[in-house]
Design a protein around this ligand. Structure first.
Ligand SMILES: N[C@@H](CCC(=O)N[C@@H](CS)C(=O)NCC(=O)O)C(=O)O
Length: 235
């Protein structure tokens, strides 16, 4: 029914690179959405209602009330959400198999490397309560290697996989923070040119602005926030 198609997508969100991926995609697609803040510094991610849709206790997650067959569907993991929204709208995610495989490769490259590794780089360079030189060097080097891969990929093309796609939306929010990853973007001129192009898009700027005032509430150097986010074990 047209009425249910208008119901906003619920986005469980906090303003971090993984959250931005989804606000960017929703803005690019012009889909209506409603923000449900998940203050990860306070532990909202452990609320039973949230765990029911995101069992890994991490945001982002969505509930689309107009899912397949018009029934609601929930999705967690930012890569899965981007693919879902790409399939739903037919936008930024090619429908032909070759084009889709290109995008998937770079989306999974981000999900498996250029996210988890850069996250560790942030952790050991900025947030870890003790300085661990081996860890700082290991993750800063791996981050540098990944920027090198991205830079080479972009040497002869405008975007990472064909047209501007969900792969670019996944990578750019992390690349935006190159400085705190101990990198110099000038060492990667093709990646720099691409990053500037992506960040200049109005929808990307709107996506990154969503709830930006909440960012200061998760000061990861605050011991109270660290107690929630660091050293988690099975519950
Ligand atoms: N692979 C996940 C990672 C999501 C993620 O790491 N979310 C962080 C914030 S950027 C979070 O919610 N952390 C809460 C916690 O670890 O308890 C995705 O891409 O969706």
């Amino acid at each position: 029914m047209a009425a249910s198609a208008q119901q906003p997508i619920d986005l469980y969100y906090w303003p971090t690179p993984n959250g931005w991926k989804i606000t960017i995609m929703l803005e690019e697609c012009g889909l209506p959405y409603a923000i449900h803040p998940v203050n990860i510094g306070k532990g909202d991610q452990f609320q039973p209602e949230f765990l029911a849709i995101s069992p890994n206790n991490k945001m982002p997650a969505i509930v689309d009330h107009d899912g397949p067959d018009g029934q609601p569907i929930s999705v967690f993991e930012s890569g899965a959400i981007l693919q879902y929204l790409g399939r739903k709208t037919g936008k930024f995610y090619p429908q032909d198999e070759r084009g889709r495989v290109e995008v998937d490769q770079w989306l999974f490259w981000q999900m498996g490397g250029f996210g988890p590794m850069l996250g560790q780089t942030h952790h050991f360079r900025i947030y870890a309560p003790e300085q661990v030189p081996y860890a700082i060097e290991r993750y800063t080097n791996e981050t540098n290697r990944l920027y090198g891969v991205l830079n080479k990929r972009l040497a002869d093309r405008e975007f990472v996989a064909g047209e501007y796609s969900i792969a670019d939306m996944a990578i750019a929010p992390w690349a935006k923070l190159w400085e705190r990853q101990g990198q110099n973007i000038d060492d990667f001129p093709h990646a720099k040119r691409w990053l500037e192009t992506v960040l200049a898009r109005p929808a990307v700027q709107r996506g990154i602005k969503v709830s930006s005032e909440d960012r200061e509430k998760t000061d990861l150097t605050d011991p109270k926030v660290q107690a929630v986010l660091f050293g988690q074990r099975a519950r």
